[in-house]
Design a protein around this ligand. Structure first.
Ligand SMILES: Nc1ncnc2c1ncn2[C@@H]1O[C@H](COP(=O)(O)OP(=O)(O)OP(=O)(O)O)[C@@H](O)[C@H]1O
Length: 895
């Protein structure tokens, strides 16, 4: 870790080395006091080996500071201990000297002279007063030693100050100076960047204010530039953060370098101190050794003197001998002391060797430390160099980027300025337009109110004009309608109120297969009212109002009769008869089949359609009754009991109208109601007879439709009636040969058809009396046959040669009926209808919608598939058989 650190500038390194040299070359006198006590030198030098051996190298571990502190603490403790011992030894020595002085003065009077050694250490010289140490000398010696100690302390203080001074000098290294310069430079760059950014923002804001119009086409460019500037700002902030991180890292590294520097200084100082103390200890030990050797030499030279004194004393007196003995004892003590001194000397020598060895180790260690310091210094230098290069590179890159970004921003700003300059005229124009529009908007409510008022007036005026025009149009329309109706009435009067159509049924498949399938009828291709009939070698020509060929469809037939049907809405009474022999197709034409309905269903649907169209002005009610006339008996097919007989009576209100008490009238309002009514009628008709087909051929089926209307605008009312009659077969009863009930049926049929012919003949001849009461049929249809009523006789003809005589009879009847003219006016007609005539089949209304075929639930047409030639299976054949048996003669229809 330490090896990776950059070293700092080692300009101060020579100073340190010089300092060390100074410390090492301390004055030798400064350590004299340390050498004054040889016993403690060893202990002083016996520093704990752990203080050195456990001291790690700087490069190996940065935690050497505690070891150095421990070393310093140990050294300080040793110094204190040494001083304490020094003082105690000094006191002990002083006491010993005092004892010696007292002993010499009291017993022998021999003064032990104190000799001052060159080194300042006093030694005893027995027998020589000059060698004895005086108190003054001792005090002088102590004073001198103290002075030396003080001088040493002063020197130590000076050295400490010198070290502090050098350290302060080292504090301002080139690295730190460069760091400071970098920091200053960074601050300068930051301020420049900040000022540039603020100026750009001010310019952009000014540009934005200048181009504040939201509709300005260059506002988008300005926004884009703002976004670009914000992006550059973000990048600049990121680079600032990066620069701050680098600075922080640099500061951390600098602080670590400072810490290392302090550690190095501390280690250097401790090393110097240790070295200095080592040197002092060595010097002291050397001096001590020298003194000990000198003293030993002196003491070795003393015995002869003692012997001489002893001999002298022995001679002189016994006391002297005693003194001599004492001296000898003292001499022994001195000998012991000498041996002890010698022992001490040896120990000192041993300590000296040990100290020298320790000194050598310390020197070696110092050299190692120096090497480590140099290496660490080199590493620090390299690291600092790298850091500096990296910093310069980063700064340079940041500067280049900032320059390029600033350049781009300037270019964008120039573009924005150009845009702003070009936008100025547009902005002025927009401002003018805006002001103009603003004025218009302010004036708009007033203009709007005025326009609304004018529009209302115009609308009222137009509505009035349209209303008056509508009134005029309505008046003209009514006038035209009245004129049209008058024309139609005139036309109907000219053509007659009775129309006669003829429909020839087709030959069935079975009839075609038979031998007499040859048709005897032919048609005029140029005139649809002409029918040719080949009978007994002669061609008979019949002229009717309309002839339907076998291929005519139900729809085509209905198209011809629908105008007659709709006239009942206007208040006319209409009768449509299906006349013809059995099997000629009467039921097919009137009721039809389920998949192709006849006139009955189509008429009701047409009436629904018509009244629906007139619904806004007219309120219509359509009611239906179904009646059967069998053997001159009237039966209600929609009643609860169809076998009940009905009667025809005069209305008690005095109006002269006929009515049928108990006749069921069902109001229908939809095609679904029509289906239900027909279903009910057919069901009742079927339950009243054992053979429906046969029964239907012998009875008249009447569908009576009453249409009453009310004009909600004018209050006018209309009442019309549509009678759709499927007559019984018109065969000649004489030919049928019927008996019993069949004969009675034939007679009734003959009677009713004959009565119908008589009524029509009387109407045509304008007789005063019209025999309506001769049959139930004519009596029931009295209202619908008299007056301005309209009658259509659909004569059904079979094309087969076997039915040719019946066909001739039917066609002759039709041709006579066609010439009947009904009377003109009717007192029953309402006000509007009194001046108009109903449309006929010639005045077909083109806008009348076709009637949608609705299948019949139960229909006589279900027997349509039966063949007329199969006498044993069909009622027609049975009728023909009965006809052949009857000899009452042919049914006379005298028109
Ligand atoms: N125009 C037509 N097209 C196809 N088939 C027809 C046509 N007219 C009549 N028929 C068929 O002829 C047969 C006899 O017709 P229909 O029963 O209607 O005669 P009709 O005169 O009513 O007889 P009846 O007097 O016995 O009731 C039926 O099977 C019917 O389907």
């Amino acid at each position: 870790m330490f090896g990776t650190r950059k070293t700092w500038d080692l300009g101060h390194a020579p100073c340190l080395q010089e300092l060390w040299k100074k410390d090492v070359s301390l004055d030798a006198t400064s350590v004299d006091f340390l050498m004054s006590d040889g016993e403690d030198d060893a202990s002083f030098l016996s520093l704990p080996s752990s203080a050195f051996s456990q001291r790690p190298s700087l490069s190996a571990n940065e935690t050497n500071a505690p070891s150095q502190k421990l070393l310093i603490q140990t050294l300080q403790d040793k110094v204190c201990e040494f001083e304490a011992r020094f003082r105690s030894e000094e006191v002990a020595r002083h006491l010993l000297l005092q004892q010696l002085q007292h002993g010499v003065h009291d017993k022998t009077g021999v003064q032990v002279l104190q000799q001052e050694q060159p080194s300042g250490v006093t030694v005893f010289q027995p027998g020589e007063p000059s060698h004895r140490l005086s108190c003054a000398e001792e005090e002088q010696l102590v004073t001198r030693l103290r002075t030396q100690v003080e001088e040493l302390e002063e020197k130590l203080l000076d050295q400490t100050q010198e070290v502090e001074r050098l350290r302060s000098e080292l504090g301002a290294t080139d690295l730190e100076k460069q760091l400071e310069l970098l920091v200053v430079e960074n601050e300068h760059l930051k301020q420049e960047l900040k000022s540039c950014r603020s100026s750009e923002l001010q310019k952009l804001d000014a540009a934005a204010e200048t181009c504040s119009c939201s509709h300005c086409p260059h506002s988008q460019d300005a926004d884009a530039l703002r976004r670009e500037v914000s992006r550059w700002e973000n990048q600049a902030r990121q680079r600032e953060r990066r620069l701050a991180e680098l600075e922080r890292e640099l500061l951390e590294k600098s602080s670590r370098v400072e810490a290392l520097q302090r550690q190095l200084d501390e280690a250097t100082r401790q090393l110097d101190e240790a070295r200095r103390r080592q040197t002092e200890a060595e010097q002291k030990l050397g001096l001590r050794l020298q003194e000990c050797e000198d003293e030993l030499a002196r003491q070795a030279a003393q015995p002869p003197r003692v012997k001489f004194v002893t001999q002298t004393v022995e001679v002189e007196s016994a006391d002297a001998q005693k003194a001599l003995a004492e001296a000898q004892v003292k001499n022994g003590a001195l000998q012991e002391q000498l041996s002890a001194q010698r022992q001490l000397l040896r120990e000192l020598e041993t300590q000296l060797h040990e100290s020298q060895r320790t000194c050598a180790q310390l020197r070696t260690q110092i050299l190692v430390y120096e090497g480590e310091m140099e290496r660490a210094q080199g590493q620090l230098e390299a690291e600092m160099q790298n850091l500096e290069e990296e910093k310069n590179r980063v700064i340079e890159e940041a500067f280049i980027r900032a320059e390029s970004e600033m350049k781009a921003v300037h270019e964008n700003l120039a573009g924005v300025r150009m845009n702003l300059l070009s936008l100025q005229p547009a902005l002025r124009t927009l401002t003018c337009d805006y002001n103009c529009l603003k004025r218009q908007v302010q004036d708009f409510p007033f203009m709007l109110d005025k326009a609304i008022t004018e529009a209302k007036q115009e609308i009222c005026q137009v509505i009035g004009e349209v209303s008056s025009a509508n009134q005029e149009l309505l008046r003209k329309y009514k006038r035209e309608m009245n004129l049209r109706k008058k024309c139609h009435n005139e036309l109907v009067r000219l053509k007659g109120n009775i129309r006669v159509f003829c429909r020839v049924r087709p030959v069935s498949q079975e009839e075609q297969d038979s031998a007499d399938a040859k048709t005897m009828l032919s048609f005029d291709s140029d005139d649809d009212a002409i029918l040719y009939l080949a009978n007994k070698g002669k061609i008979m020509t019949f002229e009717l109002d309309k002839v339907f060929a076998p291929q005519a469809t139900q729809e085509e037939v209905f198209q011809e009769v629908q105008s007659l049907i709709t006239s009942c809405i206007d208040g006319f009474n209409v009768c449509i008869f299906a006349y013809g022999q059995t099997g000629s197709g009467k039921t097919y034409t009137m009721e039809g089949v389920a998949e192709d309905p006849g006139i009955n269903q189509r008429a009701l649907r047409l009436l629904f359609s018509e009244v629906t169209e007139k619904a806004p002005d007219w309120d219509y009610k359509i009611s239906v009754s179904m009646v059967e006339i069998y053997n001159e008996t009237l039966r209600n097919l929609l009643g609860e009991n169809p076998t009940d007989k009905l009667d025809i009576k005069m209305n008690p209100d005095g109006s002269g109208q006929l009515y049928v008490p108990g006749l069921t009238e069902i109001t229908v309002q939809s095609p679904e109601d029509i289906n239900r009514v027909f279903e009910l009628g057919h069901m009742n008709r079927a339950t009243a007879c054992t053979n429906l087909n046969e029964h239907s051929s012998r009875s008249h089926a009447l569908l009576i439709i009453s249409v009453s209307g009310f004009n909600v605008t004018t209050g006018n009312r209309t009442q019309g009636k549509l009678n759709l009659v499927d007559l019984a077969g018109s065969e000649r009863i004489g030919k049928s040969g019927a008996e019993g009930s069949r004969l009675r049926e034939a007679q009734c049929i003959n009677k009713s058809l004959s009565a119908l012919g008589d009524v029509i003949n009387a109407l045509r001849s304008k007789h005063a009396h019209v025999p309506f009461r001769n049959s139930r049929l004519t009596y029931l249809l009295q209202d619908s046959l008299s007056g301005d009523s309209k009658t259509l006789m659909m004569v059904q003809v079979s094309p087969l040669p076997a039915n040719m005589s019946e066909s001739v009879c039917s066609l002759k009847f039709a041709q006579r009926v066609r010439s009947v003219e009904l009377s003109a006016s009717s007192s029953r007609r309402h006000e509007n209808s009194s001046t108009s005539s109903s449309p006929t089949h010639d005045s077909v209304e083109l806008d009348s919608p076709p009637v949608t075929p609705v299948p019949l639930p139960i229909s006589r047409a279900s027997s349509a598939g039966s063949t007329l030639s199969s006498a044993s299976r069909t009622p027609s054949s049975s009728r023909r058989r009965s006809q052949s048996q009857l000899s009452t003669g042919r049914l006379k229809l005298t028109a």
